[in-house]
Structure formats: C-alpha cells, structure tokens
Design a protein around this ligand. Structure first.
Ligand SMILES: Nc1nc(=O)c2c([nH]1)NC[C@@H]1CN(c3ccc(C(=O)N[C@@H](CCC(=O)O)C(=O)O)cc3)C=[N+]21
Ligand SMILES: [Mg+2]
Length: 281
C-alpha cells in the first residue's frame, strides 16, 4: 500500500492565508485581534514554541505579545499577571505556556483566565462545555488533527480509533472528538497491557505518548491512519515523533510527518480561535 503524508504544514499555510483575509476585514472595522502569551522560566523548547506562535500570529495580522516571567515567580504573582490581562480590552486571547514550574499549580492558574479569553480550551468552563457538546474553545492539538482529517476527507464513522495517551490537553479531548464523529474509541496509556494487539486493530491510531519512535510498523493495521503527536529529541537533538515514520511507510494509508504534521496545525487552531473571539464581539 502506498502511504500518503498528511501535510499539516501545507494545510496550516492555506488556513493562515485565509486568516489574513479575516483579520483584514476586522481591521477595516477598527478591530485588532490581540494574543498574549505568558512564558514562565527559561525552558529551551518552550522558548522556541512561543517564538513560533508569535511569528505566525504576527504574520496573519494578530497583535501578539510575549510576557516573560522568571522561573521563581510565585503562583500569586502569576495569577496577578493573568488578572491584568483579563481586564485588558486589547487582549482577546491569553495563553499560559505549559508546563509551568513545579511550585506552581497549573490548574489553579488556568482557572483564573477569563474563560472567554481562553484560546487553548484548557479552562474548566470550556472543558466542561466541550464535554457537554457545546464548546466555545477547543484544545488546539486535537482540534487541529480533526481539521487535518477533514481536509483529507478521512471518514471516522464506525472506525476503531485508538488514542495512546490520556493527558488533559491531547489524549482525553482527542478521544472525545473522535467519538463525536462516530468512531469507536479506545484509550491506552502507560498501564495498558496489550498495546500492540489494540494497535493492530486500530483503523485510526493517535500516538501521544512522549517516547521517540515507539510505534513501529508492526503496531499498524494495514491501511490505518496514523497520527503522530510526539515531539521528542533524539540523541543528536533532532525532532522525532512517537511514530517511526519510515517503518510504517507501505503499511499505513496515511501518516503525519514530524515535523510538518500536527505541530503547525496546533498553532493554526490557536490563531483561529483568537480571531474567532474578535469576530464574535
Ligand atoms: N498553553 C499551551 N498551549 C499549547 O498549545 C502548548 C503548550 N502550552 N505547551 C507546549 C505545547 C507544545 N506545542 C507545540 C505547538 C506547535 C509545535 C510545532 O509547530 N512544531 C513544528 C516543529 C517545531 C520545531 O522544529 O521544533 C512541527 O511539528 O512541524 C510544537 C509544539 C504547543 N503546546
Ligand atoms: Mg506544575
């Protein structure tokens, strides 16, 4: 079987060029979408991600700002920053870059964001509404994956979908979105005993494990759609996914590359949700 790449980067570029048009029509009405990112500490990967977000936001016409805060900031002081942004009418989207330092309770900070400015979909109000089927903001990574599947006309109805990973930001919302499209979902995690067998039955496999190249061709049902959420570094510092892409070639029907697959879609959904906040005003 010939395996096709799901080219997230290309779709992201197309969607972002459509966003420029949307932002321009907002500008004509005197509205400038604003996105502010709070970045705590010096984590190298976070620095790169945040700079990427800012660059792409700026490219589509979103006014984007990064507030850099010291690793040692207290939870109370970080919450104070969040509350200031809640009050700032020029800020439509607030993103607190995760992970936060260990002494800070992430959930406590996220729940202090005005949920109407939560463009990550991580606020409990948005998570709850999403669970109930009327979301106003969605977690960007699974949302981007759904857009990618839609763009390639991949049907989910009646398919066996396996999500490996159960995080609040990827695994859990991913499973729910696949279920909404009438897939039969299974969620696997670090305590799952028969992972390979489950994987071999999956028509759609989403790998969000955090272990480089763990999913090889022998896990893959012939013709399966393979989505790689992994962002790992190999010994040489090169970005690699959870899926050993080369080894699933010829087995899967589709696979997302890393880089160039899920990552660019995540950022694009963040921009989309920021613009939507202003469009809805
Ligand atoms: N509040 C919050 N929201 C997030 O959405 C969030 C977060 N915290 N913390 C970290 C993760 C990670 N994340 C990525 C998004 C895009 C790429 C991306 O664009 N990756 C490129 C390659 C980048 C590279 O070369 O390093 C690609 O896959 O092609 C990566 C990682 C968002 N996250
Ligand atoms: Mg923490």
């Amino acid at each position: 079987m010939e395996t096709q790449l799901l080219e997230g980067k290309k779709l992201a570029e197309k969607m972002q060029s459509e966003m420029k048009v949307r932002v321009n029509s907002l500008l004509e009405k005197g509205k400038i979408p604003g996105l502010t990112v709070l970045l705590v500490g010096e984590d190298k990967a976070s620095q790169v991600y945040v700079r990427n977000k800012e660059r792409q936001a700026t490219k589509v016409g979103i006014k984007s700002e990064i507030i850099r805060l010291p690793e040692t900031i207290s939870e109370a002081a970080l919450i104070e920053q969040v509350e200031q942004l809640n009050e700032d009418a020029s800020v439509h989207g607030i993103l607190v870059q995760l992970p936060l330092p260990k002494h800070i309770n992430e959930q406590e900070v996220l729940r202090k964001i005005d949920y109407s400015k939560d463009v990550d979909g991580f606020h409990p109000m948005n998570m709850g509404n999403f669970l109930l089927g009327n979301a106003s903001a969605l977690p960007c990574t699974p949302y981007g994956i759904m857009e990618l599947l839609k763009a390639y006309d991949i049907s989910l109805e009646g398919k066996n979908a396996l999500v490996i990973g159960r995080s609040n930001i990827v695994g859990k919302p991913m499973a729910l979105m696949l279920m909404e499209k009438n897939a039969t979902i299974t969620i696997a995690h670090s305590k799952t005993k028969n992972l390979k067998e489950l994987a071999q039955q999956a028509d759609v496999l989403v790998a969000a494990i955090g272990r480089g190249h763990m999913i090889t061709g022998e896990f893959i049902k012939p013709g399966a759609v393979v989505i790689d959420v992994g962002m790992n570094r190999d010994e040489a510092g090169k970005l690699i996914g959870d899926v050993d892409t080369a080894s699933v070639m010829g087995i899967a029907s589709y696979v997302t590359p890393v880089p160039g697959g899920v990552g660019p879609m995540t950022i694009t959904m963040l921009l989309d949700q920021t613009i939507k906040k202003v469009e809805a005003e």
